[in-house]
Ligand binder design. Structure first.
Ligand code: HEM
Length: 409
C-alpha cells in the first residue's frame, strides 16, 4: 500500500505501465470492461462502451433520471422531517436508475420501499469480496457448492436480465446493455456472450453502489456542516426552473455544488482503498523511492485524503479548497476519485449528472439534519470497506424547506 499522493499518477496515470492485478481474475473466464487484464481487449471494450456516455447519450438519460429523482424527493418528503435511513433511499434511487438505464427495467425500489432480490444478492456477493481473500482462495471458496449460493444467484440474475434484453425488440428507450448488444450483433459468440454477461453485472455494481455511497456521504457531510446547505441554495436557486426542477445543463458548472461533490469524494472515495495494480517488471519510482517490479500495489484514496502531504486541514470538510482556497490542496496529483488513465471510470459523467441533480433537488426542498442527540458518528464508524462501501444506517431528518418561509435566503 503506497499512501503517497505522487503514487497515484505513477500507478494509475496515462503513462503508467502498471496493469490490473490478478485480483481482477476472480470471475475468470468471464471478463468485463472492469475485470479484463488484457490491455488490448480492454481498450477495444472501452471504445464500445464509450458510446453510452457521450454528451448525446447523457442528454437522453436525463428525463429518465428525473423520474427517479422526483420519486426520491417524494420518499424523503413522506417522512415529514422524522428520522429515516437516508442511505437506504439513496441506494434504492441509484439501483432504480441503473435498472432503467442498463436494462430499461424499473426495479421499483423507490415505489415499493422494498429491497429488490438482486440488490440483496449483490450485497452478499460484495460482502464476500470485502474479505479481500487472495484470488486463488476466493475462487476456491466460490467453487464450493452451497457456500456462496447468493454470489452465484446474483450472477444468474444479471444473466437473466441480459437474456431479457436480447429478446426485447423495442429500442425506443435505448439501454446501456442494448448498445453493447448491438455491437455484438444478433448472434454473439460464446466468448462475446460471457463478456456481455460480465458487463451487465459491472453496470449494476459499478453504477449503483458507488453513486449511492457518494450521495449518502454528501448528505452526512451537509447535515454536519449545514452552512454549506445555505451556500448551495444561494448558488442553485437562481438556476432552478419555475416548476422547481433542475436541468443538468444549468447546474453542471455550479462552482460550490461541484466543490461539495469533490470534497465528499476526497473524504469518502469509492472504492476507499484497494484498486490493485501490478507493477511492470522494471519497477516504478515514486518520489525517489524504488518500488520493485511484478508486485501488487495500491494507492488508498481514503488514506491519502487524510495526509498532510496532500492537503492542509486534511480532515476537515472545506469544499472551497477546490475553487477559492486552492492553497489547501498541497499535492493535487493525489486526488483521483474516478481514477485517471486507461482504467479510469467511464461512467463519471453519468455519476456526476445524477449526483448534481439529486443534491440540487434535495437542498432546494429540505433542510438536512441529524435526529436529536445524534451526530452521525455511528454511520461513519459502522460503515465498512468491502471494495465499495458497505454503508451503515444513516439516520437523517429531511425537514421540508421553502424559500419564502425560511430565514436562510
Ligand atoms: C460516484 C460514482 C462513481 C465513482 C466514485 C466511481 C469510481 C470508479 C473508480 C475509482 C473506478 C476504477 C476501479 C478499478 O479500476 O477497479 C471505476 C471504474 C469503472 N466505473 Fe465508476 N464510479 C462511479 C460511478 C460509475 C457509474 C454511474 C458507472 C456507470 C455504469 C460506472 C462505471 C464504471 C466502469 C464500467 C468502470 C471500469 C472502467 C475500466 O476498467 O475501464 N461508474 N469507477
Amino acid at each position: 500500500m503506497i499512501a503517497h499522493p505522487l503514487a497515484v499518477p505513477a500507478v494509475h496515470g496515462a503513462q503508467s505501465q502498471c496493469r490490473k492485478a490478478s485480483w481482477y481474475d476472480e470471475d475468470w473466464p468471464r471478463q468485463s470492461i472492469h475485470t479484463s487484464r488484457d490491455h488490448q481487449f480492454h481498450a477495444d471494450r472501452r471504445r464500445v462502451w464509450s458510446h453510452s456516455f457521450s454528451d448525446k447519450a447523457l442528454r437522453s438519460y436525463e428525463p429518465r433520471i428525473e423520474v427517479y429523482n422526483k420519486a426520491l424527493m417524494d420518499r424523503l418528503g413522506d417522512h415529514g422531517g422524522q428520522p429515516m435511513n437516508a442511505a437506504k433511499w439513496f441506494n434504492y434511487y441509484s439501483y432504480d436508475v441503473m435498472g432503467d438505464l442498463a436494462f430499461t427495467k424499473d426495479f421499483g425500489l423507490l415505489r415499493s420501499g422494498q429491497q429488490h432480490l438482486a440488490v440483496e444478492l449483490l450485497n452478499d456477493a460484495l460482502g464476500i469480496q470485502g474479505i479481500k481473500l487472495p484470488t486463488w482462495m476466493f475462487r476456491m471458496l466460490i467453487a464450493i457448492p452451497g457456500l456462496t449460493e447468493k454470489y452465484w444467484r446474483f450472477i444468474q440474475y444479471c444473466d437473466e436480465q441480459l437474456a431479457a434484453q436480447m429478446a426485447q425488440k423495442d429500442t425506443e428507450k435505448p439501454s446501456l446493455m442494448a448498445r453493447l448488444l448491438a455491437h455484438a450483433g444478433p448472434n454473439p459468440s460464446k466468448s462475446d456472450l460471457l463478456t456481455l454477461q460480465s458487463d451487465s453485472r459491472t453496470i449494476i455494481v459499478a453504477g449503483s453502489d458507488t453513486t449511492a455511497a457518494t450521495l449518502s456521504h454528501i448528505a452526512y457531510l451537509l447535515a454536519k456542516n449545514p452552512e454549506h446547505i445555505v451556500k448551495l441554495r444561494q448558488e442553485l436557486l437562481p438556476l432552478m426552473n419555475a416548476d422547481g426542477s433542475f436541468e443538468h445543463q444549468k447546474v453542471y458548472q455550479a462552482e460550490h455544488l461541484n466543490a461539495v461533490i469533490n470534497e465528499a469524494l476526497r473524504l469518502y472515495p469509492v472504492p476507499p482503498t484497494a484498486i490493485v495494480r501490478k507493477t511492470p517488471i522494471q519497477g516504478i519510482t515514486v518520489d525517489g523511492t524504488f518500488i520493485p517490479g511484478n508486485i501488487n500495489v495500491w494507492t488508498p484514496q481514503y488514506v491519502i485524503a487524510r495526509s498532510n502531504d496532500a492537503y492542509d486541514q486534511a480532515y476537515d470538510f472545506i469544499p472551497e479548497r477546490w475553487y477559492s482556497m486552492p492553497h489547501l490542496v498541497i499535492e493535487k496529483a493525489g486526488y483521483s476519485p474516478f481514477l485517471t488513465g486507461p482504467y479510469g471510470c467511464i461512467g463519471r459523467p453519468l455519476a456526476l449528472m445524477q449526483i448534481r441533480l439529486v443534491i440540487a433537488a434535495t437542498v432546494s426542498k429540505f433542510d438536512i439534519g441529524f435526529p436529536p442527540g445524534a451526530d452521525g458518528s455511528d454511520f461513519v464508524e459502522n460503515t465498512k470497506d468491502r471494495f465499495t462501501w458497505g454503508l451503515a444506517e444513516l439516520n437523517l431528518c429531511f425537514r421540508p424547506w421553502q424559500r419564502s418561509t425560511s430565514n436562510h435566503s
